[in-house]
Write a protein that binds this ligand. Structure first.
Ligand code: MTE
Ligand code: MO
Length: 396
């Protein structure tokens, strides 16, 4: 993939302030908004248009607990397919008693569930990995995350209808997009363990076949007409433009399960073969305002951001702490949104800064008492960056 991010935003001044710190290699172009996005009055910063990869400016991200669609990041590996909803069919096959081919109308006859869940990309915060050693791939800041209200059908209900056979252990998903990689063209695919697929919880099921996002039909960019939403898991398992579900005794052989989303030091074929696919997102947090490089006067500053629980049933965020003195002392942030196992926790804090303040540092603690790690091990593909968040400031 080529990296010449074109940045389009309504207010270019905000943009320049927002992106000035460490924006090496970024082009600031006041070009036209990409059409798919213009329709939604997007406020996204676009890393690439084809495929579409974009994230919101960080201060926009924490304005509301439920992220408006126009501020929700988009991460696509291939084209954005245009799907005719009338002829669309979702097939359910593999280790099932009765294979299914479901139309939209048939899907709508399953019991409908509304689920608020956070979606985040495994590559979120990749720029921070890249500071140690540059990594190829979309240079995500801290904005490849969003919280939405999804509505649709529990995967467990669909699997019950098809009847899962005894040997089943994994559930594969396939999209209708075409991705080009290594001279081949194929559909994006994901895979989750059967146990996760069958978690039949009411508030947050293991996985949902979502048809709406924030009470409106999914937009083309977010997977119309049907996408998976797998709460707690990396975004890559929430396959968009879902067309096929396969029940199997093994994880999907799709490139994005077998090779791509893995934690590897160098990315040799041996390492890739030896390592398991990534499923869950770890405990994480980020300061969204002020942004890196902000010029402030000495005094009190209002800061805000998000924290993400680790996607384990029953585990939420307990505490969020900020330091303005290199970690010598920590201030408790106020948790400003509902606490939920599979949603981000918004927070705000009021801290004193002076001319000695070089940066703000953030860390989150979950309800098991686990603390976000101070540092993380660099990995060749730049996934799961969840070290304490540092935001350099200029106070004078
Ligand atoms: N079919 C398909 N599904 C996909 C992708 C894709 O490229 N194709 N990208 C995945 C990745 S890596 C992420 S992080 C999420 C992003 O969802 P969003 O674009 O709705 O924010 O979609 C996932 N589902
Ligand atoms: Mo992703």
């Amino acid at each position: 993939m080529k990296h010449s991010p074109v940045v389009s935003l309504i207010n270019r001044r905000t943009l320049l302030r927002q992106w000035s710190a460490g924006a090496i290699g970024l082009m600031f172009v006041s070009g036209k908004l990409p059409s798919a996005i213009a329709a939604e009055e997007s406020r996204l910063l676009v890393h690439s248009k084809a495929p579409m990869n974009a994230e919101p400016p960080l201060p926009d991200l924490v304005r509301s607990w439920v992220t408006p669609v126009e501020s929700f990041f988009i991460r696509s590996h291939g084209n954005t397919p245009e799907i005719n909803a009338d002829s669309f069919r979702l097939s359910v096959e593999g280790l099932v008693e009765t294979p299914l081919r479901l139309s939209q109308a048939e899907l709508s006859r399953f019991e409908q569930h509304a689920v608020t869940a956070t979606l985040t990309c495994a590559g979120n915060r990749r720029t921070e990995h890249s500071r140690f050693k540059p990594i190829k791939g979309v240079q995500w800041r801290e904005g490849a995350i969003g919280n939405a209200k999804w509505r649709g059908v529990k995967l467990s209900d669909v699997l019950k209808k098809a009847g899962v056979r005894e040997a089943a252990k994994h559930v594969w998903f396939e999209g209708l997009d075409s991705v080009e990689d290594g001279g081949k063209t194929f559909a994006f695919g994901g895979s989750i363990p059967l146990e996760k697929a069958l978690l039949d919880r009411d508030v947050v099921p293991g996985a949902l076949l979502a048809t709406t996002m924030n009470d409106k039909p999914l937009t083309a960019d977010h997977g119309f007409p049907v996408r998976m939403v797998v709460p707690g898991y990396i975004g890559a398992r929430s396959v968009k433009w879902l067309s096929k579900i396969v029940v199997s005794d093994r994880p999907s052989p799709n490139h994005f399960v077998a090779d791509v989303y893995k934690l590897v030091d160098e990315g040799t074929l041996l390492e890739v073969a030896e390592n398991a696919p990534i499923y869950r997102m770890p405990l994480n947090s980020a300061i969204c305002t002020p942004t890196a490089g902000a010029a402030l006067k000495p005094g009190r500053v209002e800061i805000a951001g998000y924290a993400l629980p680790p996607g384990v049933p029953g585990v939420a965020i307990r505490k969020v702490e900020v330091s303005a003195d290199q970690g010598r002392s920590w201030v408790d942030a106020k948790l400003t949104s509902p606490a939920s196992e599979f949603c981000w926790q918004l927070w705000s804090a009021d801290v004193a800064v002076n001319s000695a303040t070089k940066e703000l540092i953030l860390r989150a603690i979950d309800s098991r008492g686990e603390v976000q790690p101070e540092t993380v091990r660099w990995n060749a593909k730049g996934y799961l960056f969840n070290a304490w968040h540092h935001v350099p400031l200029k106070v004078s």
